[in-house]
Design a protein around this ligand. Structure first.
Ligand SMILES: Cc1cc2nc3c(=O)[nH]c(=O)nc-3n(C[C@H](O)[C@H](O)[C@H](O)COP(=O)(O)OP(=O)(O)OC[C@H]3O[C@@H](n4cnc5c(N)ncnc54)[C@H](O)[C@@H]3O)c2cc1C
Length: 410
């Protein structure tokens, strides 16, 4: 089975020249690579954006699609990371208003003490996240009225007594990534395979690439290099430079997509053991359910039957009024989170990112870990480091829509 990140490329020749020269070469066109391309363009710096597949074709299309402070950090006590996410959430709502929409997530409780704890925690979350540009007036936060709760089929028969609603921002991850790339002037080398690096003194100088569309060869030269290869980083560093050090721990998560269920209008976020959250989200005319956590090795992994089973079991236990096992699964997807290596369970590993300056190649930076939510901020920081230029417009300049489409009408 082939890795879904690299489907067969489209047919036809690529119009790019045989040699490409840029100030910065970015390898990996996920949310981080695409965000960096925009940051460099905003600073007037040339860059090339290289990917073995298409823009947004890796992890950045398999996320839970939330631009969030991370309500789970309220539970794990990582308040700094949560507040950073909340600030970034507001930035996305400002720069990508048509690729995001606000939602009132219901967090159900099993008992009144738990309900009280949710009210306090969510009250703080929404207080710290009170900057919500374009918040729709019809969405209500805080205590969910009993009749509304029982009007949702997920609220009856289950272990829950009521719910509290909190705000978060939803997006379309792959489109958002493509919008970032489209908002840059990067020379796009998608569907290009990295073949051989040329090293000059202590740094990388150029890279021979093969176009997967027609087999033609291109030479890319750059002064600075950034690898934003997501979960493929360790594999690439081993293949290209014989490095055996593991920088990342990989954790797989799945989503299942069901037909829509009448009456399920608001997304639910259900607390599970080990600080995990089970999401049940009506979106795009379907019901999206996720996610799990399973530590995995390198590269692409298939969904395990046990993983599907675990998710279905959790759904049955928490929302028994819906016949989950009889409802056909319309689609399923698995993404692999790149988490910065450390000991301990991946559920408790930080989703924070690290920018690593390579010790052997001094003009190379590696982007490790991270989230959709914080990708812009992190790449803003990296672009400032690389160019010495700050850029106010990063948090205000609206993104170009890659397809010219208004997201809500899809
Ligand atoms: C199940 C799940 C749910 C998640 N939910 C959320 C969420 O709700 N909110 C949130 O903020 N974050 C979420 N995340 C995290 C987020 O999705 C990732 O952190 C983010 O997408 C990583 O982006 P990236 O650019 O680092 O990597 P990727 O998107 O994987 O990009 C790496 C790119 O490198 C390319 N590449 C790989 N090898 C090569 C090579 N040899 N040559 C050239 N190109 C190569 C790939 O094709 C790919 O396009 C979730 C992750 C998972 C797995």
């Amino acid at each position: 089975m082939s890795d879904p990140a690299w489907p067969a490329p489209p047919q036809g020749p690529c119009a790019l020249p045989a040699t490409v020269d840029a100030e910065v070469a970015i390898l990996g066109a996920g949310i981080h690579g695409a965000a960096l391309a925009r940051e460099l363009t905003l600073r007037g710096v040339t860059c090339a954006l290289v990917d073995r597949g298409e823009v947004g074709g890796g992890t950045s299309q398999w996320s839970s699609q939330l631009l969030h402070g991370g309500i789970r950090y309220m539970l794990t006590g990582d308040i700094r990371q949560m507040r950073e996410g909340l600030v970034e959430r507001a930035t996305w709502a400002r720069i990508a208003p048509r690729r995001c929409h606000w939602e009132a997530f219901w967090m159900p409780h099993r008992s009144w003490p738990e309900g009280l704890a949710h009210r306090v925690g969510i009250g703080l979350y929404d207080f710290w996240g009170s900057e919500r540009p374009n918040w729709p007036a019809e969405l209500s936060l805080g205590h969910v009225p009993k009749e509304a709760f029982l009007g949702d089929p997920r609220g009856v028969l289950g272990p829950f007594r009521g719910a509290t609603a909190y705000a978060d921002l939803m997006t379309w991850d792959r489109d958002l990534t493509k919008d970032l790339a489209a908002s840059s002037e990067a020379i796009l080398l998608d569907f290009h395979e990295a073949e051989a690096f040329e090293v000059d003194g202590g740094g990388l100088r150029s890279l021979r690439l093969q176009d997967r569309r027609d087999g033609s060869v291109r030479q890319l030269t750059a002064r600075r290099w950034v690898f934003a290869l997501g979960p493929w980083t360790d594999g690439a560093m081993s293949q290209w430079f014989d490095e055996s050090r593991k920088r990342l721990r990989l954790s797989a998560g799945i989503h299942l997509w069901f037909d829509p269920v009448p009456g399920c209008e608001r997304p639910w976020a259900i607390r599970r053991p080990k600080g995990r959250i089970l999401f049940v989200i009506p979106r795009d005319g379907m019901l999206q359910v996720g996610t799990t956590e399973r530590e995995v090795g390198d590269g692409w992994v298939p969904i395990l039957e046990g993983e599907r089973e675990e998710l279905l079991g959790a759904l049955e236990a928490n929302q028994p009024s819906l016949p989950w096992r009889e409802m056909p699964v319309r689609a399923e997807e698995l993404g692999v989170r790149p988490l910065v290596a450390a000991s301990g369970a991946t559920t408790h590993l930080s989703r924070e990112a690290v920018l690593e300056r390579h010790t052997r190649f001094t003009n190379l930076t590696l982007v490790l870990g991270g989230k959709l939510t914080t990708a812009r901020a992190l790449m803003d920081r990296l672009a400032t480091d690389l160019t010495g230029l700050r850029c106010e417009a990063s948090t205000t300049a609206p993104l170009r829509l890659w397809d010219g489409q208004h997201a809500e009408i899809r």
